[in-house]
Design a protein around this ligand. Structure first.
Ligand code: ADE
Length: 277
């Protein structure tokens, strides 16, 4: 995969030389190129922004500079072209599903805005020209620019590329995977630490028991922390035992969908297994 990042702070992206993403670049699995937007300015002051039409605070990034930059790094649109990603707090919320979809692209261009953002005609123009354009937010908070969001997205996408994560099985059961649940808690040696023993199920050597324990903890954790994920579970993917665990957290099946009955509010939290959460 090739990724071009355009930013007024190229040094922000230096962290991508490190760790697994750095190794993926060295191994040639990821062709990552970071560009300074100001290289495409034409005036003496290398201006990238101006005051907003309609008034208001802050500055808006100019579409002409961005258009020249994006054209220069996007390659030939005839060959499928690049997928343009614009990090912005007003975008759709970036999730593991976006990371998976983007990991199948061969070329991403990430346009990092600063100030009040990029002139809206940029996204509009490229969409109109048939380019795939994703305006994505990494969460409901405002950063000073798209660079940190680009780092987040590149790491989330990069680790899904074949060969980047040494053991691909570690991608299977993690949080936000296909099961729609948060990951169960994990433990390693020593078997007892500061009088906290590892849950006995995990040292039982009994595969089915371990799997059941992990599934229950994943369900409980998700019920405690992310009601939105529980509400989205497909009832058909849940077994009798799953439903009993969820019932302890106040969830029951009504008209084929999971509903919270409210009465279970404290029930799960009083349950001894809630300590694992
Ligand atoms: N730029 C500023 N805030 C952002 C956010 N939350 N997500 C993506 N890009 C941003």
């Amino acid at each position: 995969m090739r990724i071009d990042v355009v930013t007024v702070f190229p040094d922000y992206l230096a962290a991508l030389d490190l760790s697994l993403i750095g190794k993926a670049r060295q191994a040639g699995l990821l062709d990552l190129r970071v560009h300074d937007l100001r290289d495409w300015t034409t005036d003496r002051h290398r201006t990238v922004d101006d005051t907003p039409f309609g008034g208001g605070a802050g500055m808006v990034m100019r579409p002409d500079v961005w258009g020249t930059a994006i054209d220069a790094v996007s390659g030939d649109p005839g060959e499928g072209g690049a997928h343009l990603v614009i990090p912005t707090p007003s975008g759709e919320v970036f999730t593991q599903r976006h990371a998976e979809a983007l990991s199948h692209e061969s070329h991403l261009v990430i346009a990092c805005g600063r100030y009040e953002g990029i002139d809206a005609r940029v996204a509009e123009h490229y969409r109109g020209a048939g380019t795939r354009v994703s305006e994505l937010s990494i969460g409901d908070y405002v950063l000073n620019g798209g660079e940190v969001a680009a780092l987040v997205m590149i790491e989330a996408v990069g680790r899904l590329l074949p060969g980047v994560v040494g053991n691909p099985e570690s991608l299977v059961e993690e949080s936000h995977g296909a099961a729609g649940l948060l990951e169960y808690p994990v433990y390693t040696k020593p078997p007892s630490w500061r009088e906290h023993p590892v849950p006995e199920e995990l040292v039982s050597g009994h595969h089915a028991r371990i799997a059941r324990w992990r599934r229950d903890r994943a369900l409980e954790r998700t019920a405690a922390r992310r009601e939105d994920l529980i509400a989205r579970l497909e009832v058909a993917t849940l077994d009798k035992h799953d439903l009993a665990t969820l019932a302890r957290w106040g969830w029951s099946v009504v008209d084929g969908a999971l509903r919270r009955d409210g009465a279970g509010d404290d029930r799960g939290r009083r349950d001894s297994s809630a300590r694992a959460i």
